[in-house]
Write a new protein. Structure first.
Length: 201
């Protein structure tokens, strides 16, 4: 990609949040080269990449799989102190029907809140912890896993550094609690947000 072509892709991503390119063939090195145009590559804390490619997260499921990656709504690795700005999903083999990857706009979820609720949530901080999720996944896969994974604090409402738009930044996979509020109140806030996010536009 030339600089102008990449800028057009970057601008489209900032505008639409998800963009799709059909019928693309690329090697793992090409995949990483494309990712580096957006910034430093992320290495997943739980799933090792293919040999020589630690930045690649392999996702595979078939009729024998005990679990499927991403089957619950989430923001990728929000437990990290600096979560990745995005993900590049390259599909190799897909079923003729089903197996869809779905995306939700946390901009739209934020915009649908009342102004008083937006203001209230804007004062809160959430605790994101990878250990419960990744240890559970290891257990389902029949592996012992006593490792500790990243645990970080992030604002419940984040402002995108490029677009300036505000978005809800909690998810049921990684967000464990709301900081500095009683546990029952924190759970109620998170449950409200998860149900709110499910509402159709």
């Amino acid at each position: 990609l030339g600089n102008q072509q990449f800028q057009e892709i970057h601008d489209a991503l900032m505008q639409h949040q998800v963009i799709l390119f059909r019928d693309q063939e690329m090697s793992l090195d090409q995949h990483k080269d494309f990712g580096r145009r957006f910034g430093p590559l992320h290495i997943h804390p739980h799933a090792p990449g293919p040999e020589g490619h630690p930045e690649i997260l392999r996702i595979h499921a078939d009729e024998n799989s005990k679990q499927v990656a991403g089957h619950r709504w989430h923001s990728d690795v929000s437990c990290d102190a600096e979560p990745p700005m995005g993900s590049i999903l390259h599909l190799h083999t897909v079923p003729p029907t089903g197996g869809d990857t779905l995306f939700a706009s946390m901009y739209a979820a934020y915009d649908a809140l009342s102004e008083p609720m937006q203001a209230f949530l804007g004062t809160l901080t959430a605790i994101h912890d990878g250990t419960p999720n990744y240890q559970r996944r290891s257990k389902v896969a029949g592996k012992d896993d006593a490792r500790s994974y990243p645990r970080s604090e992030h604002p419940v409402i984040r402002t995108h550094p490029v677009t300036g738009k505000k978005a809800i930044f909690v998810n049921p996979v990684f967000t464990q609690a709301i900081k500095d509020v009683p546990e029952d109140e924190g759970k109620a806030i998170l449950e409200f947000l998860y149900e709110h996010n499910k509402k159709p536009e």
